[in-house]
Design a protein around this ligand. Structure first.
Ligand code: SF4
Ligand code: SF4
Length: 356
């Protein structure tokens, strides 16, 4: 199905007749996905939104359950419930790749987060091929293609003045069929060739991951810690950061537990009872953030945790640049091996010796 770019507003109106549809816009002083208002124009090109669609699946603050004490009895009521269907229109390939990573965290390895799952099941994601990467984007270096978004239900391929809507899931098939019916002749448009684009930034991510497995880079973490403010902006804007804290609001005999985004850049993130803090110094927190993005997540899930969206580079008030750090690690002169790598090498040497 081919839809003229001029008809994106009409498409959002049609989807919005039966469910909430989120489109790129501006709200609370930042570009983000906002609920579409009937009759307003929708433009999917241009710079990516500052805040990723993460909060539509994993809100910054979310009530989990309530409790009540009555005549000595305690009752619990969960807030997890089926979510009303909604559509997110115009998600870039990098942000769609981040949804696939959140799925790994919240829905695999024997854990199912019922709050996340309710929203994920209710969501229809309509991705759009990216023809406007900016100078801080490096998604291709992180294995994302600008012309593909396999986790999306529908992919809109930019063909000049029009988009070709390609369904990729059963939910996507149903959505595109409904759009064709709703738009009728309005869906017809002349389509040109698919527009091709590439990132200009291309840090050596594979090499950096390999070296982070074998060497210490304490000099890198300490030099970044000299200017990082540990403000947490990078983690809150990141489409793949998923850490949260659980707190409670208690009022007399009733209360509620809620969770809210947390950041590994904060001192209190790892503060334990007894006042012990394994990551009390800034360099250890900087190390944790980059090691999680570039190595630890790959150890657990087989792929890295950065999709190269560039947000943390664009908005870091101190100028911390993950792409430059990746290259610094990839091209640094040989370092001392880490203790872990030394142990692995010693074990392998022992095994080899045993075979001789
Ligand atoms: S946004 Fe920059 S200054 Fe703030 S915590 Fe992240 S790296 Fe540090
Ligand atoms: S670490 Fe930075 S570049 Fe990578 S996904 Fe997060 S915000 Fe985007």
């Amino acid at each position: 199905m081919i839809i003229s770019k001029d008809n994106m507003g009409a498409l959002a109106d049609a989807i919005g007749a039966t469910q909430t549809v989120y489109v790129p816009g501006t709200e609370r002083a930042a570009t983000r996905f906002v609920a579409h208002k009937k009759g307003e124009p929708v433009v999917l090109g241009g710079a990516n939104v500052r805040m990723p669609p993460k909060d539509l699946l994993f809100p910054a603050t979310e009530k989990m359950y309530r409790w009540k004490k009555h005549e000595g009895q305690l009752s619990l009521e969960t807030e997890a419930a089926a979510h009303e269907p909604f559509t997110v229109l115009g998600v870039r390939p990098c942000d769609m790749a981040s949804v696939a990573k959140l799925d790994l965290v919240f829905l695999t390895k024997g854990f199912v987060d019922e709050f996340y799952q309710a929203r994920r099941d209710a969501a229809t994601f309509v991705a759009v091929t990216c023809v406007d990467p900016d100078g801080d984007c490096f998604c291709e270096a992180m294995g994302v293609r600008l012309d593909a978004a396999p986790a999306a239900d529908v992919l809109l391929v930019d063909r000049g003045g029009a988009y070709e809507a390609k369904p990729q899931t059963e939910k996507g098939e149903a959505a595109v069929a409904a759009w064709a019916e709703a738009l009728g002749a309005g869906a017809d448009a002349a389509a040109g060739d698919a527009v091709e684009a590439h990132c200009t930034l291309n840090p050596a991510a594979a090499k950096a991951e390999e070296r982070l497995r074998a060497e210490d880079f304490d000099n890198v973490w300490h030099s970044v810690a000299d200017y990082c403010l540990t403000c947490g902006t990078c983690t809150f804007e990141c489409p793949t950061c998923y850490c949260f804290d659980i707190s409670q609001d208690v009022r007399a005999d009733e209360g509620a537990r809620f969770r809210c985004w947390d950041s590994c850049m904060f001192t209190q993130y790892t503060l334990m009872a007894g006042n012990h803090n394994p990551r009390a110094d800034r360099a250890s927190r900087v190390r944790q953030r980059f090691m999680h993005k570039l190595r630890y997540f790959a150890d657990r899930y087989g792929e890295g945790l950065c999709v190269g969206c560039g947000r943390c580079i664009r908005d870091c008030p101190a100028g911390v640049d993950i792409a430059a750090i990746i290259d610094a690690v990839a091209t640094a002169p040989e370092h001392e091996l880490t203790e872990a790598a030394r142990t692995v090498q010693a074990d392998e040497a022992k095994k080899e010796a045993a075979h001789v």
